[in-house]
Ligand binder design. Structure first.
Ligand SMILES: [Zn+2]
Length: 477
């Protein structure tokens, strides 16, 4: 072909291309006029039974949840959402349950590395012979990082999307949690004796202030102030903690009335119950979450309600250490926000919130001699929206509703223990195990797909954790 022919062909091609483009634009404009483009979602979870935990406790068969960015924008029938939206990514939840992510309201994540180190002992023997020496000899920043990674893997794989933690080197806990893509409320433990990372209360307070500043406004990590307890913190320490929480409008986490011995000790020192003492010194204002709340009087419960203090109920830890049975039914009747927590893996010994729900329901039926005392739906409420309320975060998490953070789970209904399926609440509390959660979405991001963690390297974490076991055993010799 000659060069003249070539240039001719090129011109012709240009003309055809320009014509095609113009035609395309005309067609597009025409189409969009007659049929406006659908609202574009980043993610649609479609099909399955959606258990919303909204105010009406709506359950939608063949439902769907629409997500844009970090938030839920629509919840409804799958057919309706498909009509209204298109999505960049769709996850088919057909034949599964779609529920809000579970909220573990009390724990000490890095203690996962002490899981099973010593059991079946009295609390004091367990603490003094094993936990305190093991902590003293092993807890440093690297320990906390690997322990947190292990705990996050376990929690994600059993349906927890938000957890509450008080331990040491909490900056490392926060960084690892953020990398895992989990939501958490975290506080450095402030205690009146030297801790693994601080020799004095002043140093721990200074660290906490930096921690509060660094994580302010983060979409996953909420920094908190975490004095250990009314028996291991002086009035001076507690007052300083309250001032810091006020200054940064941060939540305050504290152990409260866990054992009878604690309450007796506090009564001897301050002539008051733990709750009365904390009220008297002005600690109970703002967002306060008390862990355990086992030994509470009617007056204590009245104070907790009046001051809107949330309680993290940890039935398995309380049972294992024989601490007692928290008055959950009385607290709920009084209108106290009661969430559910596992406590650290050393006193549980796992972080599975499904197991914790099952235990909570059965414990309070037995204790109250009443099978209707705590129903399955009540317990799921404690693990979701009531847990969120106990943290003052119920506008953000705890239910599947437009405007809330997109924290949700897809749960299988395909295992023999899930067949047949009659009632979602019953299955979630009494039949399903944490290992049957299939997918987990946190803040709009898929962090577990078909049980594979997308944010954590499981193999390396498990290898490291096994290495720590040998080191810890050696240190106790
Ligand atoms: Zn604890």
């Amino acid at each position: 072909m000659s060069s003249r022919d070539n240039s001719h062909t090129r011109k012709l091609r240009w003309a055809v291309t320009i014509f095609a483009l113009a035609l395309g634009i005309v067609l597009c404009v025409g189409a969009s006029r007659s049929n406006p483009p659908k609202n574009l979602l980043d993610l649609m979870v479609s099909g399955g039974t959606v258990v919303t935990m909204d105010g009406q406790r709506t359950v939608i068969d063949n439902g769907a949840v629409g997500v844009k960015g970090e938030r839920i924008v629509a919840v409804g029938a799958a057919a309706d959402l498909k009509r209204r939206f298109t999505a960049k990514q769709t996850i088919d939840a057909g034949g599964m349950l779609v529920i809000p992510g579970l909220i573990n309201t009390h724990g000490h994540a890095p203690m996962a590395l002490f899981r099973g180190i010593a059991d079946d002992l009295t609390l004091m023997e367990w603490l003094n012979r094993y936990i305190f020496p093991a902590e003293k000899k092993n807890v440093d920043e690297a320990f906390v990082r690997w322990g947190t990674k292990l705990a996050c893997a376990e929690m994600l794989k059993s349906g927890t999307t938000t957890y509450v933690d008080m331990y040491y080197f909490e900056e490392a806990v926060a960084e690892e949690t953020k990398l895992a893509g989990m939501r958490a409320v975290l506080g450095e433990t402030i205690i009146d004796f030297p801790s693994p990372d601080h020799k004095t209360v002043e140093a721990a307070l200074e660290y906490t202030e930096k921690f509060l500043k660094r994580w302010r406004g983060d979409s996953l990590i909420t920094a908190a102030v975490a004095p250990h307890s009314p028996y291991l913190c002086s009035v001076k320490t507690l007052t300083a903690c309250r001032a810091l929480a006020d200054k940064y409008e941060a939540p305050l986490l504290i152990h409260l009335s866990e054992t009878r011995a604690e309450v007796e000790q506090v009564r001897e020192r301050y002539q008051a119950t733990s709750t009365e003492h904390l009220e008297k010194i002005g600690l109970l204002k703002g967002r306060v979450l008390g862990a355990h709340g086992v030994w509470l009087s009617d007056n204590d419960i009245r104070i907790l309600k009046a001051k809107q203090v949330g309680i993290a109920h940890c039935p398995e830890s309380n049972m294992k250490l024989a601490s007692g049975v928290a008055p959950v039914i009385r607290m709920r009747q009084a209108g106290v926000a009661v969430g559910l927590g596992t406590d650290g893996a050393a006193s549980n010994n796992d972080l599975d919130m499904f197991q914790e729900m099952d235990t909570a329901a059965k414990l309070h039926k037995l204790y109250n001699n009443d099978p209707t005392a705590l129903r399955a739906a009540d317990v799921l409420e404690m693990a979701t929206i009531a847990g969120a309320r106990s943290l003052g975060m119920d506008k953000e998490i705890g239910s599947l509703e437009p405007g809330k953070r997109a924290d949700l789970l897809l749960v299988s209904l395909d295992h023999p223990n899930e067949i047949p399926f009659y009632n979602a609440y019953s299955h979630l509390v009494y039949a399903i195990k944490g290992a049957e959660v299939s997918d987990s979405i946190i803040n709009g991001k898929v962090v577990m797909k078909a049980r594979k963690l997308l944010t954590l390297d499981e193999k390396t974490i498990y290898r490291k954790a096994r290495e720590y076991r040998d080191r810890i055993l050696q240190s106790l010799k």
